[in-house]
Design a binder for this molecule. Structure first.
Ligand SMILES: *Cc1c(COP(=O)(O)O)cnc(C)c1O
Length: 216
């Protein structure tokens, strides 16, 4: 049990064993080739990123998602050795933190990609990138119509390695038809790639829950 801010008038108590049980139940609904990236943005939405990521790791989560490089750096400082992806686009002045902490990043502009490539070269490292297809969320990413061109530009940068391609459902909680359209656009893009990266990801919590609904 974690207790936060116990001396304040309000606090949060998280029952970590309930979290463990919930996660293990959700995992039963994954297909055999699917794995869990645990999203721990904003201190795991206030649940405690380090505590949540430790348990998720024990339960088989293979990747962690954070909002910005600073969140990734904090996880590393607290001993997280798993792969971590920064989901939002990053700033130029965050490139050193990204590389020094082995964070994977969502690259959404060619100029940023080139800066990251140069910095990685200077450190003699490969920067790990996941490229986001904008299939309708319009928060960040490259429009599906422009994606293949962008992908081939990134492929030319030899200190970047494309480990993943992903997208994000805009309204999985209330518009399944729109989610299905997004998923269709996503797979259309994936089918045109010269080669499939190691990770493809589009589901969020609601999408998984919707699929549970379909199966029952
Ligand atoms: C934040 C985020 C998620 C997390 O969605 P949950 O509903 O919290 O599971 C999924 N995908 C991307 C790209 C995100 O940025």
């Amino acid at each position: 049990m974690i207790q936060k801010k116990i001396h304040d008038r309000s606090w949060v108590e998280i029952d970590l064993s309930a979290f463990r049980t919930n996660l293990s139940i959700l995992k039963r609904y994954l297909e055999p080739h699917q794995q869990v990236m645990m999203i721990v943005k904003a201190d795991a939405y206030g649940h405690g990123a380090i505590e949540i990521s430790k348990i998720a790791s024990e339960e088989g989560a293979v990747y962690f998602g954070v909002a910005n490089p600073e969140e990734g750096r904090l996880l590393r400082l607290q001993g997280c050795k798993s792969p971590i992806l920064v989901l939002s686009p990053c700033l130029y002045n965050e490139i050193n933190v990204i590389l020094d902490n082995d964070l994977a990043v969502n690259v959404t502009s060619l100029n940023f990609a080139k800066a990251l490539n140069n910095a990685a070269k200077a450190k003699n490292k490969q920067a790990i990138v996941h490229l986001k297809v904008d299939t309708g969320m319009h928060r960040s990413g490259i429009l599906d119509s422009e994606f293949i061109n962008f992908y081939s530009q990134i492929l030319k940068l030899s200190y970047l390695s494309i480990e993943g391609v992903f997208s994000h459902f805009a309204s999985a909680e209330n518009d399944i038809d729109f989610s299905n359209k997004q998923e269709e656009r996503f797979w259309k893009v994936i089918d045109q790639l010269p080669e499939r990266p190691k990770y493809l990801h589009i589901n969020n919590s609601h999408a998984l829950i919707n699929k549970l609904g379909k199966q029952s």
